[in-house]
Design a protein around this ligand. Structure first.
Ligand SMILES: Nc1ncnc2c1ncn2[C@@H]1O[C@H](COP(=O)(O)OP(=O)(O)OP(=O)(O)O)[C@@H](O)[C@H]1O
Ligand SMILES: [Mg+2]
Length: 468
């Protein structure tokens, strides 16, 4: 499969970054130039299924729910021989990845809060007569901002198959393997059962090493007790999952609501028991916090980095290898202080995409740091290269207004202010980072500026960073 990064599809969607690869597609983070917003583009390298996708799309366009990834359209690019699905971009990570990283099961609390969101999404869609058809951890994304779970790939998995049901084998209900078997609320409940089993045990209930063996296991094998992998799972919850995994659809829960209320009853009991034992509310461990807590530099019990760290884009010119090394060093120091830092990579964006790349980078950033040197000023004033495009962007329509003052921060790295600050920055206060000044003092001033907004919380670090 070709790598489509930095390609524009349908004269409209600029594919910025490959976000993930699944069984039949690649998902890109893209910029929709018409709407002026971020989108996820799922590229399918098989034109044959276009008509079927378009048919499905009619129903999917109506689905609007906070726990469902918004679907926009199915389009095709004949020249490149691809179909692509345009959907909402979710800044987050999928549960498959989280499970892999964890290397073990998630906690009951975590799974309960995930299920709470997912069951809402499924109840809503089932009422509209739409089944998901491919519920699995890879299709559940947790938003970085608030850990809200959202379901992706609604109703699409079975489309790109010639005959009958297609989805992800490990999650497919036994009746789907029988001739004429169709997706239903009950097959979604089964897939949800497999998902819960995997989240709470770290294992799939069935993993036959060939397709036929796996199908046979779905049809006839009783999965290992979930507690054999994770003894913390209470009996009640194990029974709810076993019921969802019943071979006969009529023995499963009749609705997602039923499954949720059974599950929640036992989850609540666990939470109450924990409350009694610990005499303090033990909130559901959330994944972001667990990740942040593992950072050695964090002081225990310190409020965690805001789940939206400030984003900085560093713009600089290539004066010398030493200069670039310094810029990288600065980026590392910012990252150590909880700032999400992006270095200008204008060299990898193809020429015709450069303006868009620059605009996007500048637009996305909470702060744009301009590392000013005489060469930087020369390029900026002469509108040359990436730095030149940036000048157009900064001084153009888009960023003229109140945000400009806060957003663009000149860092004086060499030369004098008169030589090194581009003309559009001449009147702005700069932070002095020249060789002869104290780096730590400059860094401190910069961090104070970056974090000087209530939405960001500066992490408390164990020791003062030093720069070498
Ligand atoms: N709307 C989205 N926003 C952000 N990231 C997404 C979005 N949709 C998918 N992704 C990311 O892209 C990855 C690949 O998605 P994709 O749906 O192609 O694969 P999959 O779900 O693992 O497998 P399958 O091919 O069976 O659907 C996902 O695991 C997810 O991390
Ligand atoms: Mg998917």
């Amino acid at each position: 499969m070709d790598d489509l990064e930095y390609t524009t599809l349908a004269d409209r969607y600029f594919l910025r970054k490959l976000a993930g690869t699944g069984g039949m597609a690649q998902v890109y983070q893209a910029w929709d130039q018409l709407r002026g917003t971020e989108m996820a583009i799922k590229v399918i390298h098989d034109l044959r299924f276009f008509e079927s996708f378009v048919r499905e799309a009619v129903a999917l366009r109506d689905i609007a729910h906070p726990n469902i990834v918004r679907f926009y359209s199915v389009e095709k690019d004949d020249e490149k021989g691809i179909i692509f699905i345009v959907m909402e971009w979710v800044e987050g990570r999928d549960l498959q990845r989280i499970l892999k990283k964890r290397g073990g099961p998630l906690g009951i609390g975590e799974v309960t809060s995930i299920l709470q969101g997912i069951q809402r999404a499924l109840q809503y869609a089932h009422k509209l007569g739409i089944c998901h058809c491919d519920i699995k951890p890879a299709n559940i994304l947790l938003k970085d901002a608030d850990d809200q779970p959202v379901l992706s790939d609604f109703g699409l998995a079975h489309v790109a198959h010639d005959k009958g049901a297609g989805g992800t084998l490990a999650f497919m209900a036994p009746e789907l393997f029988i001739k004429g078997g169709e997706y239903s609320v009950s097959s979604d409940i089964y897939a949800l059962g497999v998902t819960l089993y995997q989240l709470l045990s770290g294992h799939l209930p069935f993993h036959g090493d060939t397709k036929d063996r796996l199908i046979r296991e779905h049809m006839g094998k009783t999965p290992p007790r979930i507690q054999s992998f994770n003894p913390k799972v209470p009996d009640g919850i194990a029974r709810v999952i076993e019921k969802a995994l019943a071979k006969n659809p009529s023995q499963r829960q009749g609705s997602v609501m039923e499954l949720w209320s059974e599950f929640y009853k036992y989850a609540q009991t666990v939470e109450q028991k924990r409350l009694k034992e610990h005499k303090q509310p033990l909130e559901f461990d959330d994944v972001i916090n667990a990740k942040a807590r593992s950072k050695k530099t964090m002081v225990p019990d310190q409020p965690i980095l805001s789940s939206h760290p400030p984003k900085c884009f560093i713009s600089y010119s290539w004066d010398s290898t030493r200069h670039r090394k310094w810029v990288r060093g600065l980026a590392e120091k910012l990252a150590e202080n909880g700032v999400e830092t992006h270095l200008d990579q204008w060299d990898i964006a193809p020429d015709d995409q450069l303006p868009r790349y620059m605009e996007k980078s500048v637009r996305d950033a909470d702060c744009v740091l301009l590392v000013c040197t005489p060469l930087f000023a020369q390029k900026a004033n002469g509108s040359k290269g990436g730095v030149g495009y940036e000048t157009t962007i900064v001084t153009g329509e888009i960023f003229v207004g109140e945000s400009v003052d806060r957003k663009f921060v000149p860092l004086l790295r060499s030369g004098s202010a008169a030589d090194a600050l581009p003309s559009y920055l001449k009147t702005k206060a700069y932070i002095d980072f020249r060789h002869n000044v104290d780096f730590d003092a400059g860094l401190e001033e910069l961090l104070r500026h970056i974090y000087d907004q209530p939405k960001f919380r500066r992490p408390h670090l164990g020791k003062k960073p030093t720069f070498d």
